[in-house]
Write a protein that binds this ligand. Structure first.
Ligand code: DC
Length: 222
């Protein structure tokens, strides 16, 4: 790690992009590589969505979702049910509610501040980290891929977990979720103007990692 990575505020790396584009894999690998703390911000929205579902309420219900966001407990983030497909849909619905985003914003900024200070740096992956949550981040990445490539990867991931997955259904769900995440008025999924955009459709995980590392190294030297 370079000297500037150890500056007092810590070095913050943001990894944004749509689902199944490879941003989680990359973000975790970067955090391990640099010894930085890691936060998967999607798990926070998933935790809120799951909490609302478990209360038998509608994730699009502003009151219920906001109350769940304010009461979010870290334990729910390690519950395997947050990865289920119905939780993904619920997460995308609660994520469109401004008061839910406000509650989660506080949590994310607090993490970035403390993690970056305590371990020299932080990696956060999500949709709006480089644009809204950490606009002053040191290195911003936007990881994307065609919706077909992402649906294909998601099908393989689900099958590896022993779940039945039909490509056409997964593709349709993904297109609907993309439309909600990219089309919402508050914090839509989009690259920051100073982000490096990597299209992973035809790249291996190693190639993506190498490109990201070269970009981060240039920012650490700057
Ligand atoms: O990355 P993911 O699939 O776990 O995210 C779950 C949902 O949360 C997804 O619909 C997008 C939303 N999300 C968001 O709006 N902002 C973030 N920073 C992270 C996730």
């Amino acid at each position: 790690m370079s000297g500037s990575a150890q500056k007092k505020r810590g070095f913050v790396i943001t990894v944004d992009g749509p689902s199944a584009a490879g941003k989680g894999t990359l973000a975790r690998r970067l955090a391990t590589h640099f010894g930085f703390d890691f936060l998967d911000t999607g798990s926070l929205y998933r935790g809120v969505g799951l909490a609302v579902l478990r209360q038998g309420l509608d994730p699009a219900d502003e009151k219920a979702a906001t109350a769940a966001a304010k009461a979010l407990k870290p334990e729910i983030l390690s519950d395997s049910a947050i990865r289920a497909e119905n939780t993904s849909t619920a997460a995308s619905k609660v994520a469109a509610i401004p008061s839910v985003r406000a509650a989660i914003l506080y949590w994310q900024r607090d993490f970035a501040r403390h993690a970056a200070r305590d371990s020299g740096g932080a990696v956060l992956d999500g949709r709006d980290i480089g644009t809204v949550v950490c606009p002053d981040a040191d290195a911003k990445l936007f990881i994307t891929a065609s919706v077909q490539a992402r649906a294909d990867r998601r099908v393989k991931e689900l099958q590896a977990r022993g779940e039945t997955a039909i490509y056409a259904r997964v593709l349709q769900d993904m297109q609907e979720r993309d439309a909600r995440d990219q089309g919402r008025s508050i914090s839509p999924t989009k690259p920051a103007t100073d982000a490096l955009i990597i299209d992973t459709s035809d790249l291996t995980a190693d190639q993506v990692f190498e490109r990201a590392l070269a970009f981060i190294a240039s920012k650490m030297k700057a």
